[in-house]
Design a protein around this ligand. Structure first.
Ligand code: ADP
Length: 351
């Protein structure tokens, strides 16, 4: 009913305006015509002319009104209603909604632009929502394992009359679990800060060759224990201007993966070459390799291709590496053959 009165109201405004203007114009025209052509204008003639003009105007403005109403219904109201319906669905949490574009003849191009923007917005929201739910699921899943281990060891520690050896073993189990959780939390926080651009690279000029050697030496215990051979070809005194802390995060993750995925007796190789503007670093191993399917996801958060080694990681290492390299506008690539080994190649600008 409200709509009906609104339509009547619109029509009256439209009609009165048009009727007034046209009647005035016609009367002016008729008066001028009679003045110039000496046609006698009686009151009766004028009255009739005004009535006919008025009737014509009523008819014409009604036709225009109907035409305009249909045009507005099809080209404005219909797309606006579709957008409103879709927005309501999104408000209720259904991010799968998409609006179909209108045909070019049926609506203004601007509406199609709005529809395009709306669809992109819905897509973005859907992917953010997926990331959020995946993230929560992944974090909870990753926390469950060390928590269960710690709970187990905690219960065992309560056994009366424990031998000193067992007490130390169980206590170590609890500490390892706590260490793993702390490690994961640190990585999540780092990744979060990198993604939200809360970390501003603190660049300074330093010797990359030295940094690579120092990082590699931290794994001396690991390679000696696992009987892994080390092969290095690191160019001397390669100076770069970068954030030392961020880059050491990259080397540490690549080295720890190389040692983790290489069986005893294998080899891990590190090379550094430099051009005038770039430094190229490769980290290779003779480990289990990465299949093409796994390779497509290794830089995704929480992705772990090889679950047999999962106890030593949480799938965040390479996601962090990629983020750091992206921030530095560098490149990272991987080549791998299953059963033979993997090579990660990092290319970064020297300044
Ligand atoms: P994590 O090492 O904690 O599992 P990462 O993000 O460091 O997580 O690595 C993701 C996945 O990439 C690993 O689970 C593994 O499947 C694969 N990967 C990474 N580096 C290597 C490597 N050197 N050799 C074989 N697979 C690797």
């Amino acid at each position: 009913m409200k709509r009906f009165w609104k339509s009547i109201n619109q029509f009256l405004v439209f009609f009165l305006l048009v009727a007034f203007v046209i009647t005035c114009c016609t009367m002016l025209f008729v008066t001028t015509l009679s003045a110039t052509s000496h046609i006698e204008l009686t009151a009766e003639n004028l009255n009739l002319a005004a009535k006919v003009t008025f009737a014509n105007v009523v008819l014409l403005s009604f036709i225009f009104y109907i035409f305009d109403a249909v045009r507005r219904k099809l080209t404005v109201e219909r797309p606006v209603n579709r957008i409103l319906e879709a927005a309501e669905k999104i408000m209720k949490g259904d991010f799968s909604v998409r609006i179909q574009k209108q045909s070019k003849f049926a609506t203004d191009d601007k509406f199609n632009e709005i529809i395009d923007c709306f669809n992109k917005l819905a897509e973005e929201l859907a992917s953010v929502e997926t990331l959020r739910t995946d993230f929560i699921a992944n974090v909870s899943h990753e926390m469950k394992t060390p928590l269960a281990v710690m709970q187990n060891y905690g219960t065992l520690l309560q056994t009366p009359n424990l031998s000193e050896e067992k007490r130390i073993e169980y206590a170590k189990g609890v500490t390892d679990g706590a260490h793993r959780m702390a490690n994961m939390m640190t990585n999540i926080l780092k990744l979060n800060r990198l993604e939200n651009q809360q970390i501003y690279p603190q660049t300074r000029e330093y010797d990359l060759s030295e940094q690579l050697c120092e990082c590699l030496l931290q794994y001396e215990n690991v390679w000696e224990k696992s009987n892994i051979a080390i092969d290095t070809d690191i160019a001397d005194n390669v100076m770069i201007t970068a954030d030392t802390e961020l880059l050491s995060l990259v080397w540490n993750n690549l080295f720890s993966n190389a040692f983790k995925f290489t069986e005893p007796g294998g080899t891990v190789s590190v090379t550094l070459t430099a051009t005038a503007h770039h430094a190229i670093i490769t980290v290779s191993d003779t480990g289990c390799g990465i299949s093409p399917e796994v390779g497509r996801h290794i830089f995704d958060k929480f992705y772990q291709g090889d679950t047999s080694h999962s106890v030593q990681g949480n799938g965040l290492g390479l996601a962090l590496v990629k983020r750091v390299i992206d921030i530095m506008h560098g490149e990272i690539g991987v080549e791998s053959t299953v059963g033979k080994g993997t090579t990660f190649t990092v290319r970064i600008r020297r300044n």
